[in-house]
Design a protein around this ligand. Structure first.
Ligand code: FES
Length: 124
């Protein structure tokens, strides 16, 4: 089930990005935005529970459901703004690691094992 009030639009994402640019460094890096896809395919793979886990997490980041992010075959898809980090196949049990290692203000290290290879190719 998609909670319509919690689902953002592309316009919301654009507004968030423009707001950051307008306010410059006054909107600190620690105010990240976490977008959790809440469309069909991701929801069939547990995206609602992932969104709930992010919403329950102790974080200053803005957490929102989003429409389809166009990565349906590897959902649940999570996108962290403004750094444009894309995660795939995220599970509720991954949320704490994403928060503590990446999203928290003093962290900033994306969780490699969950990075979407299309956006973050890794070569060993
Ligand atoms: S349904 Fe989630 S990326 Fe398309």
């Amino acid at each position: 089930m998609v909670l319509e009030g919690d689902v953002t639009t592309d316009f919301d994402v654009i507004s968030y990005t423009r707001s950051r640019k307008h306010h410059g460094n006054n909107v600190s890096q620690n105010r990240r935005c976490i977008l959790v896809c809440q469309h069909d395919s991701c929801c069939r793979n547990g995206a609602e529970a992932v969104l709930a886990a992010f919403q329950a997490a102790d974080t200053e980041a803005v957490v929102m459901g989003s429409p389809c992010a166009g990565q349906c075959n590897v959902g649940p898809t999570v996108r962290v703004m403004p750094d444009e980090t894309w995660y795939c196949r995220v599970r509720p049990e991954d949320v704490e690691q994403i928060i503590t290692e990446h999203v928290d203000p003093e962290a900033g290290q994306p969780v490699k094992r969950l990075l979407h290879p299309r956006f973050h190719p890794q070569f060993w």
